[in-house]
Design a protein around this ligand. Sequence first.
Ligand SMILES: [Zn+2]
Ligand SMILES: [Zn+2]
Length: 339
Amino acid sequence: MASDLIVQRPEGLYCPPGDFYIDPWRRVERAVITHAHSDHARTGHGHYLATAVSEGLLRARLGPDIPFQGLAYGETVEHRGVRISLHPAGHVLGSAQVRVEHQGRVWVASGDYRTTPAGAVPDRTCAAFEPVRCDVFITESTFGLPIYRWRSDTELFGQINRWWHDNAETGRASVLTCYSLGKAQRILAGVDASIGPIVCHGAVEPLNRAYRAAGVALPDTLQVSEVTDPTLYRRALVLCPGSALGTPWIRRFGDISDAFASGWMQVRGWRRRGGHDRGFVLSDHADWPGLLSAIGASGAERIIVTHGSIPVLVRYLQEQGLQAEGFETEYGDDPEEGA
Ligand SMILES: [Zn+2]
Ligand SMILES: [Zn+2]
């Protein structure tokens, strides 16, 4: 049996013939980065290979001087006889699955991904997920339980718009806490900006700028330093990380309704514990049907499952006659990710 193209090492997922890592969690010489979330893209590597479109986000997060090499989607580079290419993952701007080919064998490491359900409007803040045929598929499983099934974006943004509109009518700011990278921009692109002004926290705005610079159209946003008339907050949608709640920054908005946008909101108990007025089920990961369709479309006979519900998905795939196992990784450990 040929040896594996990607293995686990203490530093991260490692490709032995190519001598590089994929989303390593410890410092390494050569890193291929699937996307800019902090549990996948870390500082201190000697060389970064990622999609060209993710360059602005990676530099915003890791510093302007990282040694960066950008690839277009589908473009191939060869390193020590291993062909590497990056393919859309539909997760956040510039997110990619890594295709690795060596001596006729193809492995794909998905990073994080989100499939577009049949008939749904594609997310316009990033390129839509494209299945890549391979022999071995390394899949995430953040929402790898059958209970996770997302509603359509039309329905979801209808709910958010109604909540915002009703709050604006009663003169309350609508504070929506969400992950700053990816989710905030998906919300911006999806809401009805005619309802009122949109205010973004200082953690969100630099990422909005990187999205706009990459050609993603987003509605106008304000930072609090730009607001001269505080009565404007009474109709505003405010996007901020959860860590901003309970700080002086949030008190300026006066009477607020607060909501949280996350895939975990599908679980009722979790919604109660969150203590928010509202919860919206919004995720940048695949739901259960999405995971299964991506795994099926890869054509892979062997599946390796990373962060999330590893044992459940592994057992399910084995029952379908596939060869499946788990990899221990340090992905998904970012408390801010909010899935
Ligand atoms: Zn991610
Ligand atoms: Zn992740």
